[in-house]
Design a protein around this ligand. Sequence first.
Ligand SMILES: *[C@@H]1O[C@H](CO)[C@@H](O)[C@H](O)[C@H]1NC(C)=O
Length: 251
Amino acid sequence: MQLKSKIVLFVMLFCYISAEEDMLPSFIKKCDFKDKELGSCIRKQIENSLSRFTKGIPELGVPSIDPVQLDDINIDGNGLKLKFADAAMHGLSDSKLTDLKVDIGSNEEDFNLGFKGNMSLTAKYSIDGKILILPIKGEGDALVKANNVEVNIQSKLVHVKDSKGRSHLKLISPNYKYDIQSTTFDLKNLFNGNKQLAETTLAFANDNWRQLMDDLAPPAIKQIVRTVIKAINKFFSKIPIAQMLDGYKDS
Ligand SMILES: *[C@@H]1O[C@H](CO)[C@@H](O)[C@H](O)[C@H]1NC(C)=O
C-alpha cells in the first residue's frame, strides 16, 4: 500500500473511532427534547434496547450484565453457615420493564426503574447447619431459580460535565426494593450424595424457601442493582445528553 493511501485510511479510521465514541448505538434512536411526549419516547427507546443493552455495548465499554458475576456470598447466622462462590445471576436480558420515570430538565431529577424477570443463580455452594429444625450439610453445584423477581430502583439523576464541557447524565445515591414470588433450590451432592437424605432435605428447604432467601437475596440483589447502575452510568458517561436528545442545549 502506498504511503498516501495509508494516511487516508488512518485518518478515516481515526475519524470513525472518534465519531463512535460519543454516538448513540444504532439500536437506540434519538428523542426530541422539545417533544411534549418526551417521556414516552424515552420509555420506548429503553424498552426497545433493554435486551441489547444488557448484553453489553463493547464499542462504548458498557459490560454485559447478563450474567452478573457476583462476589462471594457468606452467610453465618441462625445456626446456618452458607457460602456461594463463583456465583453468577442470569436472566436480566429477558426481564421486562415494569416502571420507568425519567425527567430530563436542567439539573437534578428523579429516576425510577423497575424490572421483573425470572432469574437463576449458579454457584459453588457449601452449606452446614440447620434450616429451621432440619440439619443440612453439603457442597457442590447450586442452581437457584427465583421466579418473578421484581426490582424497583429509585435514584437521583444529575448532570455532570465532561472535559469538553458537554453535559452527561449520572445516577447517584440509588435506593431499591425487591420482591420475589417463589424460589426453588437445587443443591447437588447434599450429604455427600446420600440420595434419600438429600431429597428429603431439599424438599424441606424448598417448602421453606423464604427462610433461605431472606439471607441470600439481599446480598445478591444489592450486587445486581450496583452492577445495573454501573452499566447505565458507563453508558451515560460515553454519550453526551445532546447526542441522546435532539434540541438539548448545554447550559
Ligand atoms: C416467569 O416464568 C413464568 C412461568 O414460566 C411466566 O409465567 C412469567 O411470565 C415469567 N415472568 C417474567 C417476568 O418473564
